[in-house]
Design a protein. Structure first.
Length: 281
């Protein structure tokens, strides 16, 4: 069993947000910082589930660059913002959280995010908006990470949200001529065939069929249900990676087949956040 430990990418040190999505966010800010400062009132806005690390990831990178940040969320109450781990962390990073809906419906929350972006002039950090700017850097940072994986694998298991990491991995597999018999994207939420098809068409003007074939399966557990597994003495992410590993254990003969699981990143756990705040890290 092989592990691609992208969760060990820790540009802000232990306990903080980490992994491939943070790498993407840093690259995105690096390429757009002048535009953010000069055209968007030195601010960004994002939208996320209250359990997702998205708002904390963007908030921490915005803090690094001295950029104001708003996170639009739904399905919670003000009094819960100091209880929910990802919301506590997002606030700790200096991000303003706005509850824009009484439910967690993505379409409504993202629509309100766009309304606030128009009101404030802030740049939306959301794939639908960013696609208009042809953001290859979002995918390239992941594609580069494929270079050091084994040249041949029987199985590659990828925890999948909106499939941005998956698209980058497919680009890297082709670029570095890696041979993988089976790629399975274990989706937390719906499967994302249309999303990934759009990434290749809109950003690379290419067809996903020109890349390695893959399967998408939806994990049946509710989004917020935790699956706690340890790897090399550390907990993996309990929402995304935990569900993907649960699926792997039940469906892949990893003891007899050369198998790799890609660990995209890891949400800081409650004990990490408490330690960070207590020690003002």
């Amino acid at each position: 069993m092989y592990w691609k430990r992208d969760d060990l990418y820790k540009p802000f040190g232990d306990y903080h947000v980490n992994g491939g999505k943070v790498r993407q966010a840093l690259q995105l800010f690096e390429t757009k910082i002048d535009d953010i400062k000069n055209e968007h009132n030195n601010g960004v806005i994002t939208a996320a589930s209250v359990h997702s690390p998205q708002s904390a990831n963007i908030g921490k990178v915005a803090q690094k660059y001295g950029v104001a940040c708003i996170a639009a969320v739904g399905g919670t109450k003000v009094e819960n913002l100091d209880i929910l781990p990802m919301m506590r962390l997002t606030r700790y990073y200096g991000t303003e959280i706005r509850i824009v809906a009484g439910h967690g419906m993505t379409a409504v929350i993202h629509a309100r995010m766009r309304d606030i972006a128009e009101e404030t002039g802030y740049l939306p950090i959301e794939m639908g908006e960013l696609m208009e700017t042809n953001p290859k850097e979002i995918f390239e940072t992941t594609a580069e990470q494929v270079e050091n994986i084994p040249d041949e694998l029987d199985n590659l298991i990828i925890p999948t949200g909106v499939a941005i990491q998956t698209a980058g991995i497919l680009i890297g597999l082709k670029r570095y001529n890696k041979k993988v018999k089976r790629i399975v994207c274990v989706c937390v939420g719906p499967t994302r065939e249309k999303k990934i098809d759009g990434y290749f068409k809109d950003v690379y003007e290419d067809d996903v069929k020109n890349y390695h074939p893959f399967e998408m399966v939806a994990h049946k557990a509710p989004y917020s249900k935790s699956f706690n597994f340890e790897i090399e003495g550390e907990y993996m992410d309990d929402i995304y990676e935990g569900k993907a590993y649960d699926w792997l254990l039940k469906n892949i003969d990893y003891q007899n087949e050369k198998t790799m699981m890609w660990l995209v990143g890891k949400r800081p756990r409650t004990e990490d956040i408490n330690y960070m705040m207590e020690n003002k890290l």
